[in-house]
Structure formats: C-alpha cells, structure tokens
Design a protein around this ligand. Structure first.
Ligand code: HEC
Length: 104
C-alpha cells in the first residue's frame, strides 16, 4: 500500500511541475488564442513556431525574453505586424508556451 501511495504522489508531483504533453500544450495554445495567428509549420499573421524555434536555437535567454514579449506584445523582429499583448496569459503560462514553441 505504501508503495502505491508513493507512486501516486510521484505522478502528481510530475503533473504539478509542468511536464505537460505536447497535446496539452497545443490545447493551451489554442485556448489562449495563439493559434489564431500562429501555426507550427507556416507563417500566418505571426511567424511559424518552427521558424521561431530555429531562430532562437542555442539562445539561453530566449525563454525569459520571449515569455515577456508574449505577455506584453511587441513588433519588429519578424516584420511590421505587431503581436498585441496577450492579457489572458500569466507569466508562468507564457513561459510554458514559449518552452513548447521552442521544441519545434
Ligand atoms: C493577433 C495575432 C497574434 C496572437 C493572438 C499571438 N501572436 Fe505571437 N506573434 C504575432 C506577430 C505578428 C509576431 C511577430 C512580432 C515581431 O515581429 O516582433 C509574433 C511573434 C511571436 C513570437 C516570437 C517573438 C520574437 O520576438 O521573436 C512568439 C514566441 C509568439 N509570437 C508566441 C505567441 C504565443 C505563445 C501566443 C499566445 C499566447 C501568441 N504568440 C499570440 C502575432 C500574434
């Protein structure tokens, strides 16, 4: 019994630490409206997530920098069209979303 309880505890800790699956992240990105302007493979209003991941490959500060930009919005890196602020996204959610974007 003790072993089972520990296993359950371990699984819930993993869940809380944000080890969300790729599908869950896609659901979150869709729910937060990101996929209205972005797709993974091709440029839409904003850049393809594949292109974002390629651009910041090896950039250790990218997650923090991009998470701030997702919350506050910004312009000028990919062209003249701005990304508006995403007010429904918390800094923690933005960080998770950016980490997921950079896996592509
Ligand atoms: C209304 C359209 C729109 C929505 C909604 C949107 N984006 Fe963007 N996004 C853009 C545009 C346009 C750019 C390019 C901005 C630039 O050139 O600096 C961009 C850029 C980005 C970048 C790259 C930033 C950089 O400086 O290289 C990331 C990462 C990103 N978006 C993630 C997200 C996430 C995550 C969400 C959902 C919370 C989201 N976007 C919602 C339009 C949008």
């Amino acid at each position: 019994m003790k072993k089972i309880a520990m296993a359950i505890a371990a699984v819930s800790v993993l869940g809380l630490s944000g080890a969300a699956s790729a599908d869950e992240m896609l659901d979150m990105a869709t729910a937060k409206g990101c996929m209205g302007c972005h797709t993974i493979e091709t440029k839409l209003v904003g850049p393809a997530y594949k292109d974002v991941a390629a651009k910041y490959k090896g950039d250790a500060g990218a997650v923090d920098k991009l998470a701030k930009k997702v919350v506050a919005g910004g312009v000028g890196v990919w062209g003249e069209i701005p990304m508006p602020p995403n007010a429904a996204v918390t800094p923690e959610e933005a960080k998770k979303l950016v980490e997921w974007v950079l896996t592509h």
